[in-house]
Design a protein around this ligand. Structure first.
Ligand code: PMP
Length: 331
């Protein structure tokens, strides 16, 4: 690998990891795109960089400019670090129900962090609307708006998708990913479909999200609940709407937690809940395909930012998801 230029240059070109033990168990090859190895620690570094570069190109961000965003955490982290590298300040609005590690990181990184009460999207107090109001109240500030700003999706279409095609030598059967904004699923999905329309693009949804029923039955309807962070949504975003989705799988929190702990214990991979959910969904979907099929999913972020949650014994007990399985029987 050649040297890259600065923080922004280190974003993307992440390894694609063949999950060999899981692949042997399922009888299909399962690969994880290691987005937790981005310099800001998540898949959202890509969207953050893409969105800031787009503002720069359009002349909307000047030196000392302010970027405002509402986020479950990772997009805020990406925007703040890219901003630090390029001389922009960030105002980051987060709901108060995310892992404490993400607030700590954002404060450490220098974001002006505004924590608001978690509220449904239909409520004006929701972090998304709060971010928009803050951006509108500051002359010259820009609102990243990762949900509706399709530069998010375009960035994945331009980077994540082609990287996967190259790393798989052009040969894969399915791509399975959860959606927060839908940027990863839509952008990567579009690039993969452009390469080979036979590649199945599959949503992996947690409970509490309405997207599974939308893909399966055409109805935006949520059932149950989940503690998964950064994924699952009850509305259609511009980014998700552009996704060429063929199918959907749904994975519960118990399976997500079992997979997170199995990956750590049996493979050394320390990833967050959405990544574990993706791996479980990819394995289950792969099992429906012919033996030897090749399925790619996304390791969205690392486990470090969830030490007080899915890797904390007291939290696991409180949420009744203490991992029990010794092997992959939970799949
Ligand atoms: N996992 C985590 C932990 C995230 O923070 C996000 C982004 N909200 C995603 C997955 C989903 O990514 P996307 O916004 O591209 O759908």
């Amino acid at each position: 690998m050649k040297a890259v230029d600065g923080f922004s240059g280190a974003i993307g070109n992440t390894p694609l990891i063949r999950l060999s033990k899981l692949s042997a168990h399922v009888g299909r090859d399962i690969f994880g795109k290691a987005e937790h190895l981005n310099p800001g620690g998540s898949v959202k570094d890509r969207a953050a960089l893409g969105i800031i570069e787009d503002f720069e190109r359009r002349g909307l961000l000047k030196a000392d400019g302010i970027v405002v965003e509402g986020t479950a955490g990772n997009t805020g982290i990406g925007l703040t670090l890219v901003g630090n590298a390029r001389g922009y300040r960030t105002i980051i609005v987060m709901p108060d129900d995310q892992a404490p590690e993400k607030y700590e990181l954002l404060r450490t990184f220098g974001a002006d962090l505004r924590v608001v009460e978690a509220a449904p999207f239909t409520n004006d107090a929701n972090y998304y609307h709060a971010a928009r109001r803050i951006a509108e109240s500051i002359p010259g500030a820009v609102w990243a708006n990762q949900f509706e700003n399709t530069v998010n999706r375009d960035t994945h279409e331009r980077t994540t998708g082609p990287e996967i095609v190259a790393q798989m030598d052009g040969k894969l059967d399915a791509f399975v990913a959860a959606a927060g904004t839908g940027g990863t699923l839509a952008g990567t999905g579009r690039a993969l479909k452009a390469h080979d329309p036979k590649i199945q693009v599959v949503l992996c949804d947690p409970y509490g999200s309405a997207l599974y029923n939308y893909v399966k039955h055409g109805k935006l309807e949520a059932e149950g609940d989940s503690n998964a962070e950064g994924i699952g949504i009850k509305r259609l975003t511009a980014n998700f709407t552009g996704a060429p989705v063929d199918d959907a799988v749904r994975v519960d929190d118990r399976t997500m937690v079992e997979m997170a702990h199995w990956l750590l214990r049996e493979t050394g991979l320390f990833v967050g809940g959405s990544a574990a959910l993706n791996v479980a969904g990819a394995a289950r979907y792969a099992a429906t395909l012919p033996a030897g099929s090749r399925v790619v999913t996304v390791l969205c972020d690392g486990g470090d930012r969830y030490r007080s949650r899915i890797y904390n014994a007291a939290w696991l007990k409180e949420n009744d998801v203490v991992p029990q399985a010794k092997d992959l029987s939970f799949l």
